[in-house]
Structure formats: C-alpha cells, structure tokens
Design a protein around this ligand. Structure first.
Ligand SMILES: Nc1nc2c(c(=O)[nH]1)N[C@H]1C(S)=C(S)[C@@H](COP(=O)(O)OP(=O)(O)OC[C@H]3O[C@@H](n4cnc5c(=O)[nH]c(N)nc54)[C@H](O)[C@@H]3O)O[C@H]1N2
Ligand SMILES: Nc1nc2c(c(=O)[nH]1)N[C@H]1C(S)=C(S)[C@@H](COP(=O)(O)OP(=O)(O)OC[C@H]3O[C@@H](n4cnc5c(=O)[nH]c(N)nc54)[C@H](O)[C@@H]3O)O[C@H]1N2
Ligand code: SF4
Ligand SMILES: [Mo]
Length: 913
C-alpha cells in the first residue's frame, strides 16, 4: 500500500533510481515514475508534457495492481472443451494455435481465422498482429476493441480531413476561451485533462465551460452551462448550431471558400431535418434559452475547443455526430490554431497507436487504405509479403457474429475481454462456446473470456513489457519495464512472431526486441510518403524516428507525430487550411438527424446508458486488485430517477433487476440525482469474476453505426423491477469465499480482506452452520463469536485466529448493515482488543471515532462523515478549504466535485434547520 503522505510528493522531480514510463490506463497518457519493484510507488513525471507531474487516483494506485496473485503465469491448454485447463510449455501452446490456424486456413481459406486485439497493446505488439493477419495470412480479419471506442471518430476524421488525424493538442485547452465537452465525463475518465482545464479555469474564470451530456456528471462541477440533451440528439443539436452560425453571419466565408467543400449541401440537409427553433429545442429536450445561450456563446467565441468522447462515438449515428461537430469548426475556420478545434479524446492508452498500425479491420498499416490499390501494393512491397488482404475484414460485432455462425473457426483474442465488453454479450459468449478454436492472451488467469479458451497465453503486463503508446494528442511515449516478467510471461509480439514462424513466415518475424519492430513501423510510415517534402502523402509519418538504435529507443522522449526529422516535434495540424484529401480541402458532411435505432416502449420504457466510474478500469482485472480504488463505488449499481423507481417498484439501496430484450442483470438501486426521468445508468465494469449477475453488456443492443461499425452502447430500451430477496448480508474475509448458492453476490478488494455484499432468498435456518461452511471453518473449537436474533432475522458472527480477525458476516432482513469502512479497518489490526470484539458483535464502533463513512478521497482515505463534520463545525466554504483542513482532494483532485457537492449539501441542510 502506498503511504498517503508519499502522494504529496507527486510534483517532485526525478526520483533517484525511478524508471520513467507511461500510465497504462486512459488516453491522456500521463508520464509516471515507478520506484521500487513490485511494491513500487507511482509518482507523476514532471517532465511529461501530458501531465506535468499530475496523476489521477488510478495512476496513483498503480503500485497496488502489481501483485502476482491473479496473474496467468504459464501457458495453459485443454485437450477438449469439457476438460480442465492444465499448464503447458510455450511450445505446446504455440503449436496448438499454429495448428488450428493452419488447418482452418488450408480447409476454409484465410477468412476463416481472425485476431481480435486491443488498444491496450503496445504499438509494437499491434504492428506485428496486423502484419501477420493482413500481410501473411492475407485476410482483413483483425479487428480491435477500438471498434467499440474510437471507430466513429476515425471514420469522421477520414470523411472530413481525408486522414484519421486529431488536429489539436492538449495546450489548446489552456488557450481556449470556450471548452465544450460533448458526451465526455472528463472528470472521471480523463481526470488529468480535466484537472488541467479546472486549473486554467481557476486562473481565468472567464474560460467558459459547457457540458453536453444527458446526465449531470461530475464534469459539470466546472461547467458554466450544462445541456442535458435528450439521449442521441447530438446531430440535431450541432446541425442547429451550424444553421445558427449561418443565420447570424458567424461563419467564416473566406475560409469556407478557400479550404473546404460541401458547405451548402450540409447546410441544406441540416435545414431539412431541423425544423424551426421551437421544434429543434424540443428534439434536443432542452429549453430554448439554454440552447440559444450555447449557440450565441459558440458563435461569439473564436477560441473554442470541442472535446468529445463516447457519448458521441458509441451511437448508431456516431460518425455523423463526429462530423456534425467538425462541420461547426470548419464553418468558423476554427481548426488547428491555438485554442481551437474539434478534439476526440482517446479512451485506451494506445487507442491512437492501434490506429497508426492499422489495427482496425478496415484500414491498412500506417494510415494506408484498402480502397487505394496503390496503398495495398505499397504495403505488400514494403513487407515483401506473400499476400495482402484484398478487402477490409469484419468489424468486431460482425466478426463475433461470423464466429457464432461458424464462418470463423479459429480466433485469437488478445488484451481484451469481449464476453464482458461487446454488446449482446451473452450471444458473444455463445459464439465462443461454438467456436472450434479459441486462444486468449491475457495477463490474468480468470476472466469471463479466458473461461472459454482452448489455449491461454501469459502476456507480460504493464511494468514488465516494453514499447511505445500514443496518446490523444498524437504523442508517442515509452512504456518501460521496471520489474522482471512474472512467471513465464512473454511480450505479445513475441507470441505472435512465434506463431508466424510456425506458419512458415519465420524470416519476416525474426524480431529480437521491441525496438526492431518500432524501427520497421517507423520505416513503413515514411515509405514512399511525400508528406515530408510538403507534397501529398500521409500525415502520419515517423521519418525522424527511423533508425533509432536500442539505446536511443530506450531513451526516447515523448514526441508528437508527424516526426519529420530527428529531434523535431510537431504541434497543431491543418492550421494552414491544407487537409489530407487529394484536393487539400476539408469536407463538410451532410448529416441528417435520426433517432436511435430502438426507442423505449411499453415493455421497455426506460433508456439504458452505460459508462464508466471514477476508480475502476473496464473489466476490473487490474483496478479490482487495488483497495484504494475499491472504496469509491464498491458495487454494481443502477442509477435512476426516483419517480421512475417508484413506477417500477424499485427502492433505493435495495436490489433491482434491469432487463432488455437481450439480457438482464441485478444491481443496487442508486439515486444520484444526475438523471432525468426516463433514463437509467449502469456502469460497465462488473462481470462474473466480481458479481453473480452484473454484466451490462448482456443487455446492450447490438445495433451499430452503419459507417464505423461502432455499437450503440449508450441507448438500449430497458425496464427495471424490484429484485426480491429475503435477507441481505455483508461478509469480510481474508480468503475468497467458496462458490455459494446465493441469490446475489458481489465482491470488492479492501485493505486486508475481500468484502462481499450478498443477498438470498428463503430463511437461513442454521446461520452458524451456514457461516462456518461459507468460511470453511470445520474446527468446532475455532475462536467464533456470534450474536443471533432469530425472530428479527439478524445474525452477526466473527471468526478470529490468535486474536486476529479472519472473517465476519452480518445478515439482516433489510439492506441496513454495519458501517463498511470501519469493518474493513478492523482487518488491518494484528489483534483485536476486547472493545473491538464487542463492537464486532454490536455491529458498530463503540466509543468515539471509527466512523469515517464511505470514502470520498481515496488518496488520503478521508470519509464522508469526517468531511461533513469539518464543513459543519469549521464552516468550510470551498474544496480548497477542505483540502487545507483534511488534505482531502489535495492529490489527484478526482474527488473535488464530490467535496463541492458535500459543501452544498451541508449548506442546504443548514438552511432547512
Ligand atoms: N475511470 C475510468 N476512466 C476511463 C476508462 C475507465 O474504464 N475508467 N476507460 C477509458 C476508455 S477506454 C474510454 S473509451 C474513455 C471513455 O470516456 P467517456 O466517454 O468520458 O466515458 P463514458 O462514461 O463511457 O461516457 C461519457 C458520457 O457520455 C454520456 N452520453 C450518453 N449518451 C449520450 C448522448 O446521446 N449524447 C451525449 N452528448 N452524451 C451522452 C454519458 O452520460 C457519459 O457521461 O474513458 C477512458 N477512461
Ligand atoms: N456497455 C458498454 N460496453 C462497453 C463500453 C461502454 O461504454 N458500454 N465501452 C467500450 C470501450 S470504449 C472499450 S475500450 C471496451 C473495453 O473493454 P475490454 O477491452 O474488454 O476491457 P479490459 O478489461 O480493458 O480488457 C483488457 C484485457 O486485457 C488484459 N491485459 C492487460 N494488459 C495486457 C497485455 O499487455 N497483454 C495482454 N495480452 N492482455 C492484457 C486485461 O487483464 C484484460 O483482461 O469496452 C467497450 N464496451
Ligand atoms: S489521467 Fe489517465 S493516464 Fe493519467 S494517471 Fe489517470 S488514468 Fe493514467
Ligand atoms: Mo474505450
């Protein structure tokens, strides 16, 4: 565990002996210093241009995720599907994969095999995967989880600019006068960028921030204006803006004439689909005043940056949403200049790098395109390869459908967990069950996807692997190893190269290190690329990074592409009005507003929106290990409006079932106050490893955007119902519990124990026998204390060993159980005092102290009750004052929105009193 005090040194410069690397989570791509092996403490890297020393809570807690207990340490395989997995040597495992692929290709052709990879691979891994599939197997069937994430942005960029390029850079947020966050919960998902914006706003309060999101998220904390638009109405809203700009002479006609085409057509389509202003406001679910005030502000502010993320991309109209935004920037000539531009934030650490190497099924390597015959020939010439895919491969959702239908017979999944993260996830699970051969490369042993594999390959994890990633602002940074590989884990590029060799392509995959792969990647980007000479070509060009030797590669400092000369840095792109289309012009795309594919109706009256929480990463394989990250939102929940809850019989803090036409889950009901009526929000993180029934992917409709193939993750009709149980319970245990016949459970890591929230149906007849079995306590003389009230349905028990708490359980008819943080803390004591033993039975701390309430500041472990008390007693007025008093909020700043909310809450209750 990191010591909270150490976190204050975040802004320290070089730590002696620390290794500088890049955070493995979000696309901000923060520089991190790691000091001290597997117990390492993460500190921000002050020299990194993305974060200048800052880290968010996930980055700060990286040291807690380096343990080996859950790691996959050796290759494993099973002979038959119903057989158990057993450890195997690398040779046997690689042979199995190569055999399955070779056989399928021989019998059914190259399109009968597929790779499904991830934006969490390093550029070097990704490059090798793409080269193997598109250049040597000769199929386009390699797609990536970036399909679920960035593909609408990619398609939008290509349509507008002629190439997948983010024109701006992070500094633009600091020089803008207006920042529009569209479909982005920046405060939770790109926290360090949010901190940069928040800091700038504090310096320059006139920096105006608009949030466009159906939910009132934590990002609204710094917003001057929040537009809680009707889900899916972004195209209408930005079409309306385009019309407004045109009608109020706020467009830049000279720019439009000189540098773009398609303006009039885009305007005409916007006009047709918008109706009058009244209708438009209604379509967007917004008051006229609010909408108008946004339009006026946008029209009047030259230095405007529009940041967007999954509320835009993950939609059946995702690509049009992207272009509707870009249209408004083109119309005003606000692209590629300081403080101006549309800015797509990438999700994963290497979402951008994956796009560079052609990880998407519909692109070739190095920003080259299937549609251009000369590009295909060029890539093949460079690789000197026996084959080149002649057409795009299947996009993720279609790819798994092909697996389901048996058209794809051998599949290799790498660094992603599709049984959790794809839409209609039960069908994906079924597809894998049916598939003749499934290989999975992962860093952990147990995932919902790994459970269906024939072969498991142990990959080197962050901290062990070595290579590069590219962040949202096109900045390439090194991930460097600072601990030895766990067990027999190998880099993903190595496993891919080994299989390539077994398929007969040894010479082309004879890589000995990541740096050789990077060099080849850089050379391909510069190959027959006229861009460097100022002529036509691909903007993605790493000519200046060609020929780095191992030492120079290792020492590579963060560098933004294009890199045309050694040591050169690029800034903004397209500022001169020259774009990557052949005629050099940018293109307005006509976007007609449509409603989402499935509308709510009688059976499924509510709209399910899915997304992220502050302290977990995706399917929790790594963040789920960190006690610091488990405290903020420890359980799967369904957030809804109290009026909708009332209508559906669901009660706050109790369990509810959420169902769609595709599947269902059970989660705790929460009223955050962030949602309007008709909307439901469920986080994406929980899965079968962490809960009995909480995979939200099972509910999500499989509709995709027709251009990008990105799924509509934010809009599925659902209904909510009370999930009846007869009792609730909480268990803390040092050891994982045995599989239980419980109606519902979920677990989370705390400091020294696992916490389980449980619930069941039917009375527990002999609670002691039941609890002993739960903990595996056979010995009748074990130190066991209990309190039992059969008529009240209450049972409290604790099991100690030599005075140290081993496990405890609390059962009650309602979800009103003891204070969790206090219980978790008892597990950190080497011996319990008599008073603590008594308090265990009473299910409450005896005497003063001990009641922190739910954790708000994860970095300094400050609970809600402490904060409220300080605010009330000391009259604290701002998050800054809370930090001065309690340190809460003083490190990563992620909880500042919550601190502000608590101050408001205290003020409101004081006013009432
Ligand atoms: N803590 C944390 N951070 C992460 C991740 C994580 O797992 N955990 N994952 C990373 C990854 S891979 C990604 S892709 C990013 C995602 O980052 P974000 O896109 O910021 O995150 P989401 O929560 O998926 O969705 C963003 C917002 O879109 C809103 N939204 C839903 N429907 C609409 C709509 O129709 N219009 C508009 N305008 N908004 C809508 C949602 O209410 C939500 O607040 O986060 C990255 N950062
Ligand atoms: N309902 C809903 N679903 C969504 C989304 C949503 O908003 N709503 N968002 C979508 C988005 S944007 C994304 S990005 C996806 C993310 O979804 P996934 O990619 O499925 O989620 P992760 O948990 O990040 O999966 C990464 C896996 O790779 C493993 N891993 C980590 N590092 C390495 C490595 O170096 N090598 C190998 N071989 N394995 C490694 C991890 O242990 C983990 O099992 O989810 C998508 N699904
Ligand atoms: S903002 Fe993103 S990259 Fe930076 S520390 Fe947090 S998770 Fe890591
Ligand atoms: Mo993502």
């Amino acid at each position: 565990m990191p010591r909270p005090d150490a976190a204050y040194s975040v802004r320290m410069n070089d730590l002696p002996g620390a290794i500088r690397t890049t955070c493995p989570y979000c696309g901000v791509g923060c520089g991190v210093q790691m000091q001290g092996g597997r117990g390492a403490q993460a500190l921000g890297d002050i020299t990194h241009p993305a974060n200048h020393g800052r880290l968010c809570v996930k980055g700060s807690a990286l040291g807690e995720t380096l343990g080996l207990s859950s790691r996959l340490l050796s290759p494993m395989l099973r002979e038959r599907r119903d057989a158990a997995m057993r450890s195997a040597g690398w040779n046997a495992a690689l042979d199995r994969i190569a055999d399955a692929f070779a056989r399928s290709i021989a019998e059914h052709g190259p399109d009968s095999v597929a790779l499904y990879v991830s934006g969490q691979l390093l550029t070097e891994d990704y490059y090798v995967a793409n080269k193997l599939m598109k250049g040597y197997i000769g199929s386009g069937n390699i797609d990536t989880n970036s399909r679920l994430c960035m593909s609408s942005a990619v398609a939008g960029h290509k349509r507008a600019f002629g190439e997948d390029v983010v024109p701006g850079c992070y500094e633009d947020f600091e020089c803008a006068d207006l920042i529009v966050l569209v479909g982005s919960n920046t405060a939770w998902c790109h926290p360090v960028l949010y901190q940069r914006i928040a800091a700038e706003k504090e310096r320059r309060p006139e920096l105006y921030v608009v949030v466009i999101d159906p939910r009132r998220t934590a990002s609204c904390d710094i917003a001057d204006l929040h537009l809680p638009l009707a889900p899916g109405s972004d195209v209408a809203l930005f079409n309306g803006l385009l019309l407004w700009l045109a009608a109020h002479e706020a467009t830049d006609s000279a720019y439009i004439a000189a540098h773009t085409r398609g303006f009039e057509a885009a305007l005409a389509v916007a006009r047709q689909s918008a109706g009058d202003f009244e209708t438009l406001a209604r379509t967007c679910g917004l008051g006229r005043d609010k909408l108008q005030s946004f339009y006026e502000r946008f029209a009047a502010t030259e230095k405007t940056v529009t940041l967007f993320s999954q509320g835009v991309n993950q939609s059946s109209q995702g690509t049009d949403k992207v272009n509707a935004i870009i249209n408004c920037h083109l119309a005003t000539g606000r692209i590629g200049k300081p403080g101006m531009g549309p800015f797509s934030m990438t999700g994963q650490p290497n979402a951008m790098g994956g796009r560079e190497v052609g990880g998407l099924a519909n692109t070739l390597a190095a920003h080259m395109e299937f549609a251009r015959t000369e590009d295909r020939a060029r890539v093949q010439r460079f690789w000197n390869s026996p084959a080149i895919a002649s057409k795009p491969g299947l996009k993720a959702v279609d790819l798994f459908e092909a697996v389901h239908e048996g058209r794809i017979k051998a599949l290799w999944i790498m660094a992603t967990n599709p049984v959790v993260s794809l839409p209609d996830a039960n069908r994906v699970r079924e597809a894998l069950r049916r598939c003749e051969f499934v290989a999975v490369s992962d860093v952990v042993r147990d995932t919902d996807t790994a459970a269906l594999a024939d072969v498991l390959l142990p990959a080197q994890a962050w901290g062990e692997k070595d290579g590069t990633v590219t962040n949202s602002e096109r900045c390439i940074s090194r991930q460097r190893a600072f601990v030895p590989a766990a067990g027999e884990a190998q880099p993903d590029w190595w496993a891919l190269s080994q299989v390539a060799a077994r398929l007969g392509h040894g010479a082309a995959f004879a890589y000995r290190s990541a740096h050789e792969i990077f060099d080849e990647h850089a050379r391909l980007s510069a190959f027959e690329n006229g861009f460097a000479e100022g002529g036509a070509g691909r903007v993605f060009n790493l000519r200046g990074l060609v020929g780095l030797d191992a030492v120079a590669y290792d020492a590579l400092e963060p560098v933004r592409w294009p890199v045309l000369a050694r040591g050169a840095q690029s800034g903004r792109l397209f500022g001169d009005g020259r774009f990557a289309h052949e005629d050099g012009r940018a293109v307005f795309i006509a976007t007609a507003a449509q409603t989402p594919a499935h509308a709510p109706g009688e059976d499924y009256p509510l709209v399910l929106n899915t997304g992220r929480i502050r302290d977990q990463w995706h399917t929790m394989t790594r963040t789920g290990l960190a006690p610091t990250l488990g405290a903020h939102l420890p359980e799967p929940y369904v957030d809804l409006h109290p009026a909708d809850a009332l209508a559906s019989g669901a009660r706050e803090h109790e369990l509810a079932r959420v169902s769609s036409r595709w599947g269902s889950l059970v989660a705790r009901v929460r009223f955050s106050g962030e949602l309007r009526r008709g909307q439901v929000f469920v986080p994406i993180h929980w899965n079968d490893q962490f809960a009995s029934d909480a995979r939200v992917g099972a509910l999500v409709n499989p509709v995709v955007d027709p251009i990008s193939g990105e799924p509509e993750f934010k809009h599925t009709p659902v209904r909510v119902e009370d999930f009846r149980v007869d009792w609730h319970g909480v268990v803390y245990s040092r050891e994982p519990l045995q599989a239980q016949q419980l109606a519902w459970w979920t677990r989370i890591q705390t400091l020294d124990a696992l916490r389980y929230e449980i619930a069941g149906r039917g009375a527990v007849k002999d609670p002691q026998a039941w609890a002993r079995q739960l903990f595996g306590v056979g010995d009748p003389r074990a130190d066991w204390i209990e309190y039992r009230d059969d008529s009240g349905g209450i049972y409290h028990a604790a099991w100690l060993r030599e005075g140290r708490l081993q496990a405890c359980v609390y059962l009650a008819p309602r979800a009103m159980l003891p204070q969790r943080q206090w219980l978790a803390d008892l597990f950190t004591r080497p011996r319990l005092s008599l008073r603590e033993r008594q308090s265990l039975l009473a299910a409450a701390p005896l005497g003063a102290g001990g009641n922190e309430g739910p954790l708000v500041c994860s970095c300094f472990r400050v609970g809600r009750n402490t904060i409220v008390k300080a605010v009330q007693e000391k009259g604290l007025q701002s998050p800054r004052e809370i930090t001065a008093c309690l340190r809460a909020g003083g490190n990563c700043g992620s909880c500042v929105p919550e601190l502000r909310a608590l101050i408001a809450e205290c003020a409101a209750s004081a006013a009432e009193a």
